[in-house]
Ligand binder design. Sequence first.
Ligand SMILES: Nc1ncnc2c1ncn2[C@@H]1O[C@H](COP(=O)(O)OP(=O)(O)OP(=O)(O)O)[C@@H](O)[C@H]1O
Ligand SMILES: [Mg+2]
Length: 425
Amino acid sequence: MNVLIVGSGAREHALTWKALQSPLTSAVYCAPGNAATAAIAVNSGLQATDVVGIARFVAEREIGLTVIGPEAAVAAGVADRLIADGRLVFGPTAAAGRIESSKAFAKSLMARAGVPTPAHHVFDDPARAKDFVRGERRPFVVKADGLAKGKGTLVPRDADETLECIDTLMLRKTVGAAADRIVLEEKIDGREVSLMALVDGDRVVPLPPACDYKRALDGDKGPNTGGMGGYSPVGFFGPEEIDRAVTAVLKPVVQRLRDEGTPYYGCLYAGLMVGPSGVQALEFNARFGDPEAQVVLPRLSGDVVPWLEATARGALGEINPSWSGRSTVGVVLASRGYPGTYQTGYPVEGLGTLEPDVFAFHAATTAGPAGYLTAGGRVLTLVALGDSIGEARERAYRNVDRIRFQGMTYRHDLALREIEAPVLP
Ligand SMILES: Nc1ncnc2c1ncn2[C@@H]1O[C@H](COP(=O)(O)OP(=O)(O)OP(=O)(O)O)[C@@H](O)[C@H]1O
Ligand SMILES: [Mg+2]
């Protein structure tokens, strides 16, 4: 079977790498892919949101399964078009994908489904939003309704900062029209975990949980980023916690989406906060996480292609995904200045010297005359497998030391809390 991976980041490099291991796969194409996928698969030259181009390519190349990586492709309606053409696609329709592309929709869906989530209020008018906060005199998390590449959620410390955050999003328009509508959400405390699941319209099959690190600097300092790394499994989120979250959070929204005529197919990602009062859902993403995919896919011990295909077919009942007992730690190597301004075009050295069980999933590189050059803020995710989180962490950082490029920065404290202060389930 020919497989098409839609997207161009480290997540899509990891999906391409995993799909190529399947005996069911004849060729893997990417839309558009990146320099590293070009080395192992075939880049199509199509943009991820080029719905018409992708539909034509799928027909011409007899693609048996299309796997959608990024949220922009979900929102553009890539799945809608392929389904209309009678093609198999892993990824939700734009309507089901509103669970990510509209925070207000996600919150009201959760309310209709009875899912535990912090209380919220929706505003289209900044003056009204600010009046509300002045009346309440406490901080609220401020979230742009629409897609904002991870820059749409601001977490203020007090009411005054909340007012500033509203101005930033709605008046200074830092994420554009995505914040024409905002959600103000109760601020809650706890430990965060990402739980991704395969969803076939009806059934929910959880994947191993992961933790990601959003802030740019050690100790969770600095601005939010697309993600600076992560690890899996998660000590405080074992099989019982997974079961409970599937029952309390994932299944109710999946059932609700089906009952409302917009069934969900693909990977559903729940961003959860685990606190004293149990698990609360902070958000959903309509896709694999990045960097979560990079740390979770290497832990799946079977062939993922049948699982993706069964998800798309609505046949997950026939599938029982198996995870390896091993652990992963993934470190994002970024260009100095990211998520602000940074320079690119520097040679990436040392990629050929990595140990076994270590993978470099490229996010933004180009092929230069003598190897890869940096081409973005997040350059690659270096992922190491180990028999424990401690071993995976040691191996990851040992191999980070083998890679060099000008301005290379990364977080040094990833997964440290799992080792220094593990909280067992
Ligand atoms: N109600 C809340 N209380 C406390 N912190 C929150 C709350 N909601 C969100 N956060 C923090 O803000 C971060 C981003 O929020 P959220 O996941 O809603 O935004 P996002 O931009 O969709 O993120 P992503 O890029 O992961 O999709 C969360 O990971 C969490 O750390
Ligand atoms: Mg999100």
